[in-house]
Design a binder for this molecule. Structure first.
Ligand SMILES: *[C@@H]1O[C@H](CO)[C@@H](O)[C@H](O)[C@H]1NC(C)=O
Ligand SMILES: *[C@@H]1O[C@H](CO)[C@@H](O)[C@H](O)[C@H]1NC(C)=O
Ligand SMILES: *[C@@H]1O[C@H](CO)[C@@H](O)[C@H](O)[C@H]1NC(C)=O
Ligand SMILES: *[C@@H]1O[C@H](CO)[C@@H](O)[C@H](O)[C@H]1NC(C)=O
Ligand SMILES: *[C@@H]1O[C@H](CO)[C@@H](O)[C@H](O)[C@H]1NC(C)=O
Ligand SMILES: *[C@@H]1O[C@H](CO)[C@@H](O)[C@H](O)[C@H]1NC(C)=O
Ligand SMILES: *[C@@H]1O[C@H](CO)[C@@H](O)[C@H](O)[C@H]1NC(C)=O
Ligand SMILES: *[C@@H]1O[C@H](CO)[C@@H](O)[C@H](O)[C@H]1NC(C)=O
Length: 851
């Protein structure tokens, strides 16, 4: 029996890497802000810019009548229509139903929004966006992703199919799946979910080199919805197994702590409450149930927070906040800090806790790398500086963009189609997985801090399993699914003779996404002949120090088991299809709406052009009576039509109308344009014809007495000249015939009729005639060779030797001038003797090329 599977026990599972040649989009979908970075062959990694060229945008979707808004537009709508602007959705990823605590908290913070029960969604809830419409959590998230995918596709000029998404390290199985499902709704592949901490560390590592001694860094990632401190180890490991050659940077996640309470959003809420209380105190008006006022306070709080990051005081100001009363309040930094002192304490606590979990002391820690908007808040920075000593606090990464850029780079490193520095990135489980059997303590299936892709093996006493065992799986204490062993009874029967039997389970997680994977299961059997210590003891000793090699293979027999793993809360195929279709429909609607609007806009501007043309008498002389009438009519009538019926008219009707009008305008402009160019083109043609005529009529062949000239060459030169003459003369005949046929027709037609002679055609005739003319002129200046005067070698043999020498000459430079001393003399001799014949030969070649 083979035991090779056990070698995987601690090693890194070698899952197949996806092979991609297309662009990759990394999306950092945050609670408040979303950023995206595009990586595409041939262009550097780039942040995806929004339509108004921002580098980040609110993670908001809003619904206004038929219209769907994203980002800043969606967030801004909150101050007017707070119930239609959906934000902070990331806080809801693992809710289960309307009554869950998380939903209640969310509704407390977003009182204007309306959620309803929805059984199709894994979350159990959907957002009510109008009387007739509601969208599930998955759909809302997919919409934000799609918005960025559309922007990125415009930038990449090609479709994007592959995504890398960043997630906070603490994200559990369900939260990971909701994001994966959202991408599935859009038919996009997610190459990896990378922890924020790791992607920041990766971005940090790119410009640095590391040794085999691991460097330890804490990524303090302070966002709006969560703040986490992640301890990573960065070292260099040899590439491949040979140990030779280049080293690869390896980044491992060792420990992580997170808070969901003392976050960036909490900072805002405290400022909002402070302002709300101040307003109530002064004016005795309670704003707690005034959603519009609350939304406006929220927007102002964000601004105040930013101002206080750089200034010691800020002035909040909102006009007509409620009942026509303006709101004004000075908030000093010290007041702000006193409101949020516990957040500073919590920041330090997170770092302490993470160091403790990772068993790394503050002294050996290399640095704390700050990331996330909230890390810019001065008093939080000061608290961290104070604890870790400021020289260890690194602000060297871009606090907004490092994570998304690291993620894009990671995506590129996963495929073979980008030439990037290779890296090994290993996330870790921060919500441990366990098996909860009824009559025993929970068994840890994957302990906290297990690296993604690493296996963990547990042994289960068969007597605890019962006859039809199903093992409930929990993640971070929440039931997420169950494993059913299908042929345990048969396997146990076969293992009847064993003195000890245990069920072994090997668990792992997806190395790229961190989701749970039960890998395989066996019944382990110890024969009676084996040593007395018993299998339990062996199995325990085997796994306690993570040394699978110590297994006493002879003493064990492994009987593989058939099992199935079922996740409880999984998006059904039906829901997937339904949501996917609904999203596609919604996008189609948006797209056709955009098309409709641009058709209206284009037609409108064309109508204004038509209007000004129909007032221009000079222009109208180029329009035939019918066109003239139609132009005037449309210009007047369709402006009204556009205003009244345009908005409801079908797009293709608008496009057809636009085309009809555009055709008329084109015909008129074409005639006018041709007419303006005609005189010039005719003059050019005419003068060229006249020149050709005079040249042709003066044709004569000068006498080349054969007593003086080389006979062969006389024949050659005159025949070339005759051929050239013939060509010119033919073309001249053609052009004059064409002019005779058309000029009269052209000038006598009405101005509003299409031209008979088109200027582009005339110009090309001019050009052709001109070329033939110049060619003939050149030919007629060429004369035959004279007869040689002395009895030197014949001219033909001289030419041959010349060309041979010329060949040698051109080949010379590559051989080097210094090689021979006799060469220069012979070259000089060649130049002096062959001077005249060389120039003739050159000219002859020229002729033959052109003939
Ligand atoms: C790779 O790392 C080893 C130590 O782990 C070191 O000796 C070697 O010089 C490194 N090689 C390169 C190319 O950096
Ligand atoms: C923590 O680290 C120290 C030294 O680095 C080591 O001696 C100790 O065994 C470690 N403790 C645990 C629980 O790993
Ligand atoms: C249980 O099922 C697995 C997978 O189908 C199979 O390999 C194994 O032989 C089965 N064991 C028994 C005892 O039937
Ligand atoms: C399995 O459980 C039974 C009952 O709890 C116990 O008697 C037995 O010793 C256990 N076997 C091992 C190997 O732990
Ligand atoms: C073209 O030439 C004719 C006569 O040669 C003249 O009447 C006419 O105004 C000219 N047209 C333009 C556009 O210059
Ligand atoms: C074109 O040339 C002819 C003579 O070849 C002349 O009679 C005529 O006026 C010329 N027309 C123009 C527009 O130059
Ligand atoms: C070239 O044309 C002239 C005049 O038409 C004629 O006398 C002569 O024979 C022609 N020469 C050749 C080589 O065609
Ligand atoms: C002259 O016109 C005729 C008929 O249009 C055409 O067949 C012939 O090729 C033209 N000749 C030249 C030299 O373009």
């Amino acid at each position: 029996m083979r035991f090779s599977w056990l070698l995987f026990a601690i090693g890194f599972l070698s899952f197949a890497w996806p092979v991609v040649s297309a662009p990759i989009l990394a999306i950092d979908y945050g609670t408040e802000w979303t950023k995206a970075a595009l990586i595409k062959a041939g262009i550097p990694l780039e942040l995806v810019l929004t339509r108004d060229t921002r580098r980040k945008e609110q993670s908001a979707v809003a619904f206004k009548g038929d219209e769907r808004l994203f980002g800043v537009d969606a967030a801004n709508l909150a101050t007017r229509l707070p119930s239609h602007s959906i934000r902070n959705v990331k806080e809801l990823l693992d809710v289960s139903g309307l009554n869950s605590k998380l939903v209640q908290k969310y509704l407390g913070n977003n009182p204007a929004l309306q959620l309803q029960e929805n059984e199709e969604s894994v979350s159990g809830v959907s957002f009510v966006v109008s009387d007739s419409d509601s969208y599930t959590l998955e759909e809302i998230i997919a919409m934000t992703m799609e918005h960025y995918i559309n922007l990125a596709e415009e930038m990449a000029q090609e479709p994007i199919n592959d995504l890398v998404l960043t997630v906070p390290p603490h994200f559990n199985e369900l939260q990971r799946f909701v994001l994966l499902d959202a991408a599935r709704l859009l038919n996009k592949d997610v190459l990896a979910l990378i922890d924020d901490g790791l992607s920041v560390a990766l971005e940090y590592s790119l410009s640095r080199s590391f040794s085999e001694e691991p460097a330890h860094h804490i990524i303090y990632d302070a966002g709006s919805g969560s703040i986490s401190a992640t301890l990573v180890a960065i070292d260099a490991v040899p590439k491949g197994t040979s140990g030779k050659g280049k080293n690869i940077t390896r980044i491992r996640s060792l420990a992580s702590s997170t808070t969901l309470d003392l976050t960036g959003n909490e900072l805002n809420r405290r400022i909002v409450n402070f302002m709300k209380d101040a307003f109530q105190q002064k004016h005795n008006i309670d704003l707690s149930h005034n959603n519009r006022a609350l939304a406006r306070l929220e927007k102002e709080a964000l601004r105040v927070k930013h101002v206080l990051s750089a200034n010691s005081e800020a002035y909040a100001s909102i006009e007509e906040l409620a009942e026509g009363i303006d709101f004004r309040l000075k908030i000093t930094r010290s007041v702000f800090e006193s409101l949020c002192q516990d957040l500073a304490t919590s920041a330090v606590l997170l770092i302490k806790e993470t160091l403790l979990k990772g068993n790394v002391s503050l002294e050996t820690l290399d640095s704390v790398i700050l990331h996330g908007g909230t890390s810019r808040v001065p008093f939080i920075q000061a608290a961290i500086d104070d604890y870790v000593k400021s020289d260890k606090v690194s602000k060297k990464v871009n606090a907004d963009e490092a994570s998304v850029k690291g993620a894009a780079f990671y995506g590129a490193s996963l495929t073979s189609s980008f030439r990037v520095k290779p890296v090994i990135v290993q996330g870790a489980v921060y919500n441990f997985y366990s098996l909860t059997l009824t009559n025993m303590h929970p068994l840890v299936a994957l302990p906290e801090s297990t690296l993604f892709g690493s296996s963990h093996i547990v042994a289960i006493n068969t007597t605890d399993l019962g006859a039809h065992p199903s093992l409930p799986v929990s993640n971070g204490g929440t039931l997420i699914g169950e494993i059913s062993i299908n042929n345990l009874t048969e396997a146990l029967k076969q293992a009847d003779s064993c003195s000890e039997k245990q069920v072994l389970f090997e668990f792992s997680s997806d190395p790229l996404k961190g989701t749970f994977i039960p890998v395989r299961s066996y019944v382990a059997c110890e024969q009676k002949s084996a040593s007395a210590s018993g299998i339990g003891g062996k199995v325990k000793s085997l796994f306690s120090n993570n040394q699978p090699g110590k297994l006493n293979e002879e003493a064990l027999e492994l009987q593989s088991l058939d099992f199935t793993y079922r996740r409880y809360r999984k998006l059904s195929e039906d829901s997937l299809q339904l949501f996917s279709d609904r999203l596609a429909l919604r996008s189609l609607k948006d797209k056709s709406k955009a098309l409709h609007e641009s058709a209206l806009n284009e037609y409108e501007s064309l109508l204004y052009r038509a209007q000004s043309l129909s007032d221009d008498d000079e222009v109208l002389t180029y329009a035939n009576p019918e066109e003239s009438k139609t132009l005037k009519q449309i210009a007047v009538e369709d402006i009204d039509w556009l205003l009244q019926d345009g908005p409801t008219a079908e797009t293709n009707i608008i496009v057809a109308k636009q085309k009809k009008l555009a055709d008329i305008i084109y015909s008129i402009s074409y005639r006018q344009d041709e007419s303006h160019k005609f005189n010039f083109s005719l003059e050019s043609l005419n003068s060229t014809v006249e020149k050709a005529e005079s040249l042709l009529s003066s044709f004569d062949v000068p006498p080349y007495p054969l007593t003086e000239y080389d006979e062969k060459d006389v024949k050659r030169v005159t025949s070339i000249r005759n051929a050239s003459y013939k060509k010119l003369s033919e073309e001249y005949d053609n052009v004059t015939a064409w002019l005779n046929d058309n000029l009269e027709k052209h000038v006598s037609r009405a101005k509003y009729e299409d031209p008979v002679m088109i200027t582009s055609e005339m110009d090309s005739k001019t050009k052709k005639l001109q070329n033939l003319l110049y060619e003939y002129l050149r030919r007629s200046l060429q004369h035959p060779k004279l007869k040689p005067k002395t009895k030197a070698p014949s001219s033909s043999s001289e030419a041959t030797s010349t060309s041979e020498k010329a060949d040698q000459e051109t080949a010379k430079p590559s051989e080097g001038f210094t090689e021979s001393h006799s060469e220069p003399t012979s070259t000089a001799a060649f130049e002096s003797t062959a001077g005249t014949s060389t120039s003739t030969a050159d000219n002859d070649n020229d002729f033959e090329d052109e003939l």
